[in-house]
Design a protein around this ligand. Structure first.
Ligand SMILES: *[C@@H]1O[C@H](CO)[C@@H](O)[C@H](O)[C@H]1NC(C)=O
Ligand SMILES: *[C@@H]1O[C@H](CO)[C@@H](O)[C@H](O)[C@H]1NC(C)=O
Ligand SMILES: *[C@@H]1O[C@H](CO)[C@@H](O)[C@H](O)[C@H]1NC(C)=O
Ligand SMILES: *[C@@H]1O[C@H](CO)[C@@H](O)[C@H](O)[C@H]1NC(C)=O
Ligand SMILES: *[C@@H]1O[C@H](CO)[C@@H](O)[C@H](O)[C@H]1NC(C)=O
Length: 433
């Protein structure tokens, strides 16, 4: 009896120490690279998944609920698992049903498992797909360089199908959702390594941008630490903004409270009701999105904003020229000087929860060069029935570091890094592992 107890405890100890050895390196933060597809203007990242490991290129979807990949084609992995329905994994995925599949068994087609919604937020199409887990490898970081590669053995994702990847950047096989959801990647990364539910995104127009998960610092060449971000509360839209959802679902997207829009310190006259999220319908408000290449404004806001910008530009002798789609206002570069912060055009100010917390948008993030002598205001008309009144899009985010702290519900923003003499393409991706 006593000896079997000893054998048992020796066995137990050795199992325990093996698992300790495997987990003794605990990263403080992780990173993903982000690049921009120049033909679709979508931002993409790489998720190293499966056994054997493959580099899956997926669209980076800031507000998306989950990671989903096409399991119809070339999904080969010895570590693919479909959780049993009503298991803990299914409940984390928010899925309480039990699903069956009447085709030959393969990843994406199993019985007694649960389903979730792969959502193509670009074409706004959603289907149902199997919830699954598989191995994911990801680089840790100390804030300045990539470090050791760490593994998550059972990252939860959703199986999409060939028909919903239509519209995604060429070569991508799904979308990586960074939204506020139990199985959104920021929550899963934080849970896997017990670090803060916090992440930061730095998009680049032409180079390789970066997303950080966990704790800072955020360091860009040449040794510039980005800190002292301005912050404002992250708001929760009580009504889902996904392509398909159940009654009562909250939005997984990130909303902030813009209270006024100014151009050169003059308030643009808009109906401020549109800036609030209606608590019953979920309509209105301001969200941040990486699937919209340019900021989208509800029609009445767009018109007032464009008129005000054109007037301020005219006051600086910047002359308007014929519009170039999809933009509403374009200008000759003749009287516009290029500066370190982009073309010297009227400054756009998004006033947040307090009059002294202002997101300032300079030429680098407000005007798009469409030819050698024409620049256009990089904002587009979202229509009269826009569900969300202001959707801050990719072009306005580039070379800004933005941080999402899901535990304290705070959004942090750096304003353009060009002012700090660096860019989002300046993260040193040379590993020092
Ligand atoms: C699921 O169960 C049904 C009914 O028993 C069976 O016909 C089907 O082949 C099974 N599917 C898979 C993928 O095992
Ligand atoms: C990260 O590690 C590299 C190499 O060891 C070191 O040079 C750098 O200073 C570290 N950065 C931080 C922010 O600790
Ligand atoms: C402002 O917008 C709200 C919501 O669309 C609308 O109900 C209201 O009538 C508008 N107010 C004005 C003055 O146009
Ligand atoms: C704009 O042009 C007019 C006429 O050429 C000139 O008088 C004025 O000073 C200019 N204004 C600015 C702000 O450059
Ligand atoms: C990037 O990091 C690597 C590894 O620490 C270092 O050798 C290299 O000098 C860094 N690059 C620059 C431009 O500082």
């Amino acid at each position: 009896m006593a000896s079997s107890l000893i054998i048992f405890s020796v066995l137990f100890l050795s199992i325990f120490s093996t698992s300790l050895a495997q987990t003794s390196f605990r990263p403080k933060a992780l990173i993903l690279p982000i690049t921009k597809d120049q033909s679709t203007l979508q931002y993409t990242t790489i998720i190293n998944q499966r056994t054997p490991l493959i580099a899956a290129s997926v669209v980076f979807d800031l507000g998306g609920q989950n990671l989903w990949v096409n399991c119809d084609q070339n999904y080969i992995s010895s570590t693919y698992k479909s959780p049993r329905c009503r298991s803990a994994v299914c409940s984390r995925a928010g899925s309480d049903g039990c699903s069956s599949c009447f085709l030959p068994q393969r990843p994406g087609c199993n019985n007694n498992t649960c389903g979730a919604t792969p959502d193509n937020t670009i074409t706004r199409t959603a289907t149902s797909g199997e919830v699954a887990t598989d191995v994911v490898s990801i680089q840790s970081t100390n804030g300045s360089n990539p470090g050791r590669v760490v593994q998550i053995s059972d990252l939860i994702f959703v199986c999409g199908s060939s028909n919903i990847i239509t519209g995604l950047a060429s070569g991508t096989v799904g979308m990586a959702g960074m939204g506020r959801h139990e199985i959104g990647l920021p929550s899963q990364f934080a849970a896997a390594f017990s670090f803060n539910r916090k992440f930061a995104v730095c998009l680049s127009s032409g180079g390789r941008g970066v997303a950080f998960y966990g704790n800072g610092p955020y360091v860009f060449l040449p040794g510039i630490h980005i800190s002292g971000l301005e912050t404002t509360p992250l708001l929760i839209n009580p009504v889902s903004t996904a392509s398909a959802f159940s009654l009562g679902d909250k939005s997984s997207e990130y909303f902030i409270g813009v209270t006024a829009i100014k151009i050169n310190d003059k308030t643009v006259p808009i109906n401020t009701t549109l800036l609030k999220i209606d608590s019953v319908t979920g309509i209105g408000g301001t969200k941040i999105s990486t699937v919209n290449p340019y900021t989208v404004l509800e029609t009445s806001i767009f018109n007032a904003f464009t008129t005000a910008f054109v007037r301020e530009a005219a006051a600086r002798n910047i002359s308007r020229v014929a519009s170039v789609a999809p933009f509403g206002a374009c200008f000759s570069t003749k009287n516009v000087v290029p500066t370190r912060l982009g073309y010297a055009v009227p400054e756009i100010q998004l006033v947040l929860h307090s009059n002294n917390v202002v997101w300032r948008i300079t030429g680098s993030n407000s005007v798009v060069s469409v030819s050698d002598d024409v620049i256009c205001l990089g904002f587009v008309d979202g229509g009269v029935n826009a569900r969300t009144s202001v959707v801050i899009g990719g072009f306005q985010l580039e070379d800004n570091l933005i941080e999402f702290d899901l535990a304290s519900n705070r959004f942090g923003f750096s304003s353009t890094l060009l002012g700090s003499r660096t860019t989002c393409a300046n993260f040193n991706f040379t590993s020092n592992a």
